[in-house]
Write a new protein. Structure first.
Length: 267
């Protein structure tokens, strides 16, 4: 791997999106750049450069300078890396709290399942991508007052997600809540970014985080669909759990709220 590629990969590992990493790397090469100049230097599309620069500024990694033509400069690398590490530690601490909450919620279910005669009466296990996509559409359609989602790739549902758009419009129109937390990396895909805009127009509130613990949907504090890597089926496979259990759903709703409070309103 080339040194520049290694630098970008390291910055991504510390929580930046690939575009943010490339732009920061470009900014350190000169005292100041205009937005157009740094877009060319970093190889980032012009339509994305202001979003990326704003994200770096919010993270304390870049500084904007006013004038007839605005320019941008990088914060010193030692300070930038210190800030990235601090943010990474906060994310890891947050994930540890979410994990502890999930363990507390799932352990009683697991214990009860050791003696239950039919352990799947409220849990449905799904491995086929088509079945997972169908259940995703079902839970959105069934939601009446609240729909909370962690969105991270890979996605099994169509990007347009017609069922989700209809649900967002219906729930918002009736005074309910539709919220989603997306990974910032996912928005490097123009098609997905357009999908986020469509959901926003339908009434969804969106925030963005460097990473999410798992894919999750919680509807009306009673229905849960969570999708996680499957250590049994093999690399790249996932197992989705569709659960009708208010106690678990309420716990995961609190976990969602914790991540939501720390997420950012803009990518």
């Amino acid at each position: 791997m080339e040194p520049e590629q290694e630098t970008v990969a390291g910055l991504v590992a510390l929580g930046l999106s690939r575009y943010e990493a490339r732009v920061y790397q470009a900014l350190v090469r000169r005292e100041a750049f205009t937005a157009a100049q740094v877009a060319r230097e970093a190889g980032v599309p012009r339509q994305r450069i202001y979003d990326v620069l704003d994200a770096l500024a919010r993270s304390g990694l870049a500084t904007a300078h006013g004038g007839r033509v605005a320019t941008w400069s990088a914060v010193a690398p030692e300070l930038a890396l210190t800030r990235l590490m601090a943010r990474r530690r906060e994310t890891l601490e947050e994930l540890e709290r979410v994990s502890a909450g999930l363990a507390a919620a799932l352990l009683p279910l697991w214990t009860d399942g050791r003696t239950h005669t039919d352990p799947l009466d409220y849990i449905e296990v799904l491995r086929d991508p088509g079945s997972i996509a169908d259940r995703f559409a079902d839970i959105q359609t069934q939601a009446t007052g609240e729909l909370l989602t962690f969105c991270r790739p890979p996605f099994v549902a169509p990007t347009r997600n017609t069922a989700g758009i209809k649900a967002a419009r219906r729930i918002s129109r009736e005074g309910g809540t539709v919220r989603a937390v997306y990974t910032r990396e996912a928005l490097d895909d123009p098609e997905l970014r357009e999908s986020v805009l469509r959901f926003g127009q339908a009434g969804e509130e969106a925030r963005f985080a460097a990473e999410l613990p798992l894919k999750l949907v919680v509807a009306d504090a009673s229905l849960v669909l969570c999708d996680m890597p499957d250590p049994v089926a093999g690399t790249g496979s996932t197992t989705a759990l569709y659960i009708e259990h208010p106690a678990l759903a309420s716990c995961l709703r609190l976990a969602f709220q914790t991540v939501w409070d720390r997420a950012e309103p803009n990518a």
